[in-house]
Design a protein around this ligand. Structure first.
Ligand code: UD1
Ligand code: UDP
Length: 367
């Protein structure tokens, strides 16, 4: 029997987290020859996740450079991918999300006439500058993909609005919930010196459109909150992008109740989310995971491509805006009713069976 060769591509931390359940599910099916390509747009943060899920890349392009520029990264990726596609000749490729890796794989596969499946398809803010450059990456990928694995009905509607045929869209749920449920069920130790009696506020931030003054505002707001609430512990695993890391350590390094640390491995990060009282973040993945764990999220952005949790009232947009961050966080720390209305434990993004649905679609197609 001829096996269908599927090239599963991962470049950054969130792609690996969300693609891991799909790779593991595909590998259980004898009809597929699964090849894993790591572009390594991220290095350490990608390896952390692949190690945790026991996935060893068959090909590793090792493209990450310190403080890489988008044009340079895109050009390097396209050239490297050209060589891989010529040698590997996959029957299809699978990509996840909206990174530069995703967009360049979609384009390189288009040039090589290799069909692409897009996992987490159809997320849109309809604003090319927000998030930057991710909105453009997913629009381009959406134009080129053959299969669109949309996480929600809303993302399916976005694709229909762009003229994608309904027959090419499958609503699967977001595979981040598959990964979360696989991980949250384990007994994980959070090896960080936290005071068990203090409420924990967990923070992450890395968006390019916030670099510069907006990110400095975010840090100033965190510092004001920490100073006003000495009995609350803040934990902030800092993204290694120098535009983030240098500023975070400069503005927050001296606050006694803000603990800055390296990015956490996925399992301890899930443990930190479970242990937290409140999460303040601009991360896409965290916006999806936290509601399922019953944790309110204040999102450090003015727009989101993930409106479902906002509409349900468990996630709130506060922008990179000093006053809104301080006011909304303080309300959640002080007002139990406001807190309870956001800490409800609902999962608008998935039920943990997203990967199964993707594998079934591909199985049905190839058989
Ligand atoms: C990328 C994605 C973004 C995604 C984010 C997840 C693009 C354009 N951006 O942003 O959509 O939300 O990943 O985290 O695709 N670095 C390290 N070690 C690592 C990873 C990064 O040192 O393991 C540093 C390097 O200096 C690197 C820089 O971070 O040059 C930026 O990495 P890059 O992937 O270009 O952008 P992110 O901001 O991480
Ligand atoms: N995450 C992690 N360690 C951390 C911070 C986040 O493992 O220190 C996980 C988090 O659980 C989520 C994913 O990384 O699944 C989100 O990645 P990121 O915020 O880098 O990217 P985005 O989702 O915004 O694209």
């Amino acid at each position: 029997m001829k096996k269908e060769k599927i090239l599963c591509v991962v470049g950054t931390r969130p792609e690996a987290i969300k693609m891991a359940p799909v790779i593991l599910a595909l590998k259980r099916e004898p009809e597929f020859d699964v090849r894993v390509l790591a572009t390594a747009q991220h290095r350490h943060m990608l390896d952390q996740v692949l190690d945790f899920f026991g996935i060893k890349p068959d090909i590793d392009l090792n493209v990450m450079r310190p403080n890489q520029a988008l044009t340079e990264l895109t050009a390097r990726l396209l050239l490297e991918l050209d060589g891989v596609l010529k040698t590997e000749k996959p029957d299809m490729a699978l990509v996840q999300g909206d990174t530069t890796t995703v967009m360049t794989v979609a384009l390189a596969c288009f040039y090589h006439r290799i069909p692409v499946g897009h996992v987490e398809a159809g997320l849109r803010t309809w604003d090319m500058r927000n998030p930057f450059p991710e909105e453009a990456n997913r629009v381009i990928t959406g134009k080129l993909a053959r299969w669109h694995f949309a996480p929600t009905e809303n993302s399916r509607r976005n694709l229909l609005q762009e003229g994608v045929s309904d027959a090419d869209i499958v609503v699967t749920g977001n595979t981040v919930i598959d990964a979360l449920l696989m991980t949250a069920a384990q007994d994980i130790r959070l090896d960080i010196p936290l005071d068990g009696n203090k409420r924990l506020v967990l923070v992450t931030s890395h968006r390019r459109e916030n670099f510069g003054e907006p990110f400095r505002n975010i840090c100033r707001a965190l510092r004001a909150l920490a100073e006003a609430n000495p009995s609350v512990q803040f934990l902030y695993p800092v993204h290694p992008n120098p535009n983030v890391k240098d500023v975070a350590y400069e503005l927050l390094g001296a606050c006694p109740n803000i603990l800055l640390c390296e990015p956490l491995d996925y399992a301890p990060f899930v443990a930190a989310m479970k242990r937290s009282y409140l999460i303040i973040s601009d991360s896409g993945g965290v916006q999806e995971e936290a509601p399922a764990l019953g944790k309110p999220v204040l999102v450090l952005r003015d727009e989101t491509e993930r409106p479902e949790a906002v509409e349900q009232g468990v996630v709130k947009l506060v922008g990179p805006n000093y006053d809104r961050i301080v006011k909304e966080a303080q309300t959640l720390l002080d007002d139990e009713n406001a807190y309870r209305s956001m800490a409800r434990g609902i999962s608008p993004y998935g039920d943990g069976h997203g990967a199964e649905r993707i594998v079934k679609t591909l199985s049905d197609h190839f058989s």
